[in-house]
Design a protein around this ligand. Structure first.
Ligand code: N2P
Length: 612
């Protein structure tokens, strides 16, 4: 039957629209990202003209450059190793017939469809089981393990038509196996090998999930760096770096595709290139810093807890380098230390988490003789139930979890009820922290923030679910910036960062609600498997020096437990009630404690709140 031309035209238009819509759906986010990377404005929302500033900034940002170097190192090593292994496997499957060949071939390719997160978790467990310290080597091994299957598929497909009689002919003419491989086999399959190599490199360079599990200290790759920058707000620099990463991966994939299409590769250059790659690998690997041979202090600490200038002072005093990683929840610390071999020398868990880590035997007893400045600490912060006698920890900062508000929009609140007030719908921020959020709901109903009664906890969960439509965002990272930006008017917040933002905007206020709130003491500890125990003690003692303790408090605005530092603080810090609350407010504070088994219940209820 003939279809009338008009009907063909109409269905063509519909199909065209559908196709257009699909491409728009696929590429719109990328177009936005690329466009904003050239936007002169810091805020993504409005276009303020074209600029290359973010490209220049990211090209000179030391953290980005270091992570780029790491990514290249890992990518090149994984490429050489995975491609060689995959090529060898593909050749032997092609050449030999043996029992269970199909099944064994299938086994090589399964990882291409296995969930990445499962692969990541199992690699982490394996490394912990064999006692391999997380770092460059583990990242390279992990990348080889998930890319080798892809490389195998590519090489195998391409060598299907490879004729072994050519190899036999070469051998008949007197070439040995090695010569035959480099003169005959490799040139013939070279496009496939190159395509596989490019694919491996592309997969490695942009992997986040697996890398985040197995990276440990000092092996931050570009995707990890981008993610950690995103945690402090999407800056245009990230857009620029992401655009460049996208371009690089796109070009690699295009090259791989062309090679696979049978575009003639430089056959003559094959052996030389391959040789170069093999020769280059040891140099690349040799460039990998051996984690424990240099004097490096691996510090894992809350974001907003130490200023770069303080780190520089420690480096100048000791001649060591500090490698700094940041986190925003106690759970992140506990998970890292439990996984083992993280490589950290000093970590800063809160009170109740010190208790958890101590019970799991993950901490190292402190050598008091290496801490001569210990006496500077105020006794009221010592010998607490979470670490009797301070055998494992010294207090670094203390603070409160209160209610921050913007005076331009909100009258001084005196109760946690404000966070349930419909007038502030969409203008409320809550910390993204299970224990802290439950503490609010519990205190508001007159309970202890360490309640364990399931009925009480379920009622708290219901309150939090009711509150959820009013909450703009859960954020433990840069909540003070969100408050400063005016996007939220009321924030459940940690004291120091709010005290700091008061300098920028005098309309920011902070209260400890009448129902009571959290008092936290965050402490420096040395993990049991820390590689640089001596340097770790040197760092602990450094923070006890009154000058340094005062500097840390002045720059970060969390409260200092170092009484010798108090007289050195400027009046605006000493007299800020958000940093050093008056006794009547202090009397309303309670500390979080480790709740043992009940932690599981908190986790479940918190998941219910978050997924509601
Ligand atoms: C720092 C958060 C303070 C830690 N970003 C609360 N224990």
């Amino acid at each position: 039957m003939r279809v009338p031309a008009s009907a063909r035209g109409a269905s063509g238009t519909v199909l065209g629209l559908l196709a257009g819509g699909t491409y728009l759906f696929l590429y719109a986010p990328i177009v936005v990202l690329v466009a904003l990377s050239f936007n002169a404005s810091r805020l993504s929302a409005s276009w303020e003209g074209f600029t290359l500033e973010w490209y220049l900034k990211s090209a000179t940002n030391p953290a980005i450059l270091a992570s780029l170097r790491n990514s290249l190192l890992v990518g090149l090593s994984a490429t050489v190793l995975a491609t060689s292994a995959a090529t060898a496997a593909a050749l032997s499957f092609h050449r030999h017939r043996f029992r269970r060949r199909g099944m064994l071939e299938g086994l090589i390719t399964i990882p291409t469809v296995a969930p990445e997160i499962v692969l990541a978790a199992s690699l982490l467990l394996l490394f912990a089981a064999i006692g391999l310290r997380l770092g460059f080597l583990t990242v390279i091994l992990a990348h080889v393990s998930f890319t080798v299957s892809y490389a195998f598929v590519v090489v195998k497909a391409r060598i299907a038509g490879f004729d072994h009689s050519l190899e036999e002919a070469a051998m008949d003419l007197g070439a040995g196996p090695v010569r035959t491989f480099f003169m005959v086999t490799l040139p013939a399959i070279f496009p496939a090998v190159m395509a596989a190599a490019l694919l491996v490199f592309a997969l490695s360079i942009d992997d986040y999930v697996v890398t985040s599990f197995v990276a440990g200290v000092g092996a931050t790759t570009l995707p990890l760096q981008i993610y950690s920058m995103v945690k402090t707000g999407i800056s245009p620099e990230i857009n620029a770096v992401s655009t460049m990463l996208l371009l690089a991966t796109g070009l690699l994939l295009l090259a791989a595709f062309l090679l696979e299409q049978g575009q003639r590769a430089r056959v003559a250059a094959a052996p030389a290139l391959f040789g170069l790659a093999v020769l280059g690998a040891p140099f690349v690997l040799a460039g990998v810093p051996a984690p424990s041979s240099e004097r490096v202090l691996n510090l894992f600490i809350w974001s907003g807890y130490i200023a770069p200038e303080t780190i520089a002072k420690f480096e100048a005093r000791t001649g060591a380098k500090v490698h700094l990683d940041l986190y925003d929840s106690n759970e992140a610390v506990i998970a890292k230390l439990q996984a083992g071999n993280a490589g950290y020398d000093v970590v800063c868990p809160s009170d109740y988490s010190v208790q958890v880590l101590r019970h799991q035997n993950l901490l190292q007893p402190l050598d008091v003789s290496a801490l001569p400045h210990l006496e500077n600490l105020d006794p009221s912060f010592l010998d607490r139930p979470f670490d009797p006698g301070n055998r494992y920890s010294i207090p670094y900062f203390w603070g409160t979890t209160g209610l921050a508000y913007n005076r331009r929009h909100v009258e001084r609140p005196d109760s946690w009820d404000a966070l349930w007030d419909p007038r502030y719908a969409g203008r409320i921020l809550m910390l993204d922290d299970a224990r802290e959020v439950f503490a609010v709901a519990l205190k508001r109903r007159g309970h202890s923030l360490n309640a364990t009664d399931p009925h009480v906890l379920e009622a708290a969960r219901d309150d939090l679910i009711r509150q959820k439509p009013l909450v703009r965002t859960y954020n433990s990272t840069n909540f003070e910036d969100v408050l400063l930006s005016g996007d939220v008017w009321l924030a459940h917040a940690w004291s120091g960062q709010i005290a700091k933002s008061m300098d920028e905007d005098p309309d920011i206020g902070y209260v400890i609600p009448k129902e009571g709130a959290t008092l936290f003491i965050d402490n420096l500890v040395i993990p049991r498997d820390a590689p640089h125990v001596g340097l770790a003690h040197a760092f602990l003692d450094f923070t006890l020096d009154p000058e340094i303790a005062a500097e840390i408090c002045r720059t970060m605005r969390y409260s200092s437990p170092n009484r010798a530092a108090w007289p050195l603080l400027p009046a605006r810090v000493r007299d800020n009630a958000a940093i050093f609350p008056p006794p009547e407010a202090m009397a309303r504070l309670e500390m979080l404690a480790d709740l043992g088994e009940t932690t599981v219940l908190y986790d479940r209820l918190w998941t219910e709140v978050k997924s509601e």
